[in-house]
Design a binder for this molecule. Structure first.
Ligand code: PEP
Length: 253
């Protein structure tokens, strides 16, 4: 089964509303006014810019989503944003378990699992980010670390839900560092993740799940990463902030 590639921008804590609008306008210009038919393009701005980005992207086929959320519909959770608020803005996807959430904000697998399940409950596609630190890779523990993140992060997720899931493999040592995983190492981990999904949910579901690579994806390395059989897309931080470099990544060959 052919998986449609998903190229997603994670703008992190960058861009005011006017900067965000200017960037998506330029991106649209560079892409000829709409998303390419054979790939999905997703922009995850900071919360403050989602509505303005939506106003530019509506009707173009390019999707918008969020970088995080709190796993409740509403309530006394000062400072948090709910999945209901995101769907109200037309968001289709939400990034869950990004390494910056895990390591700067101390999010553990239990909270990440609640977020994954809340995303499904509110019809958002969770992009579950997993990945090992450099010390784990040096010790040969990368698969064990990722497996634990999958087991705990996907607890209670049904096969029907898993079919919709996106997983982003992002080795922590490659995020924002300019260090990219070698395409063959990334492929090996993606194949490992797909085998794990097959064991858990069956081969058909495993073949349907989009597995993105993230970690210093740039215009000059995207083509060889995307040429790997189990790499179905990219989650792009730094290189998504400029419309020209992100447009080139979207147009990978
Ligand atoms: C990310 O934020 O998910 C990411 C991969 O960042 P960068 O592309 O800057 O490494």
């Amino acid at each position: 089964m052919a998986r449609k590639p998903l190229i997603a921008a994670n703008w992190k804590m960058h861009k005011t509303v006017s900067e965000a609008v200017a960037t998506v306008r330029e991106l649209l210009d560079r892409l000829g006014g709409q998303a390419p038919a054979d790939r999905t393009v997703l922009i995850c701005p900071p919360f403050t810019a989602i509505a303005a980005v939506r106003d530019v992207l509506e009707g173009t086929g390019i999707l918008w989503g969020a970088q995080n959320m709190y796993p409740r519909a509403e309530g006394a959770f000062t400072g948090e944003i709910s999945p209901r608020m995101l769907t109200d803005l037309g968001c289709t996807h939400v990034i869950v378990g990004h390494s910056e959430r895990r390591h700067i904000f101390g999010e553990g697998n239990q909270l990440i699992n609640e977020k994954v399940r809340a995303a499904f409950e509110f019809d958002l596609v969770p992009i579950l980010a997993v990945g090992e630190k450099l010390e784990h890779r040096r010790a040969g523990l990368q698969e064990a670390v990722v497996e634990e993140q999958l087991v705990k992060g996907l607890r209670g997720v049904t096969a029907e839900q898993a079919r919709q899931l996106v997983i982003a493999y992002e080795p922590v040592w490659a995020i924002g560092t300019g260090e990219t995983a070698r395409p063959e190492d990334a492929q090996a981990m993606h194949a490992f993740i797909r085998r794990w999904l097959a064991g858990q949910y069956g081969e058909e579901v495993a073949q349907a799940v989009v597995i993105q690579y993230g970690g210093s994806v740039k215009p000059n390395n995207v083509d060889e990463l995307m040429a790997q059989p189990d790499i179905d897309g990219a989650l792009v931080g730094g290189a998504s902030l400029k419309a020209d470099s992100f447009a080139r990544i979207v147009q990978f060959q």
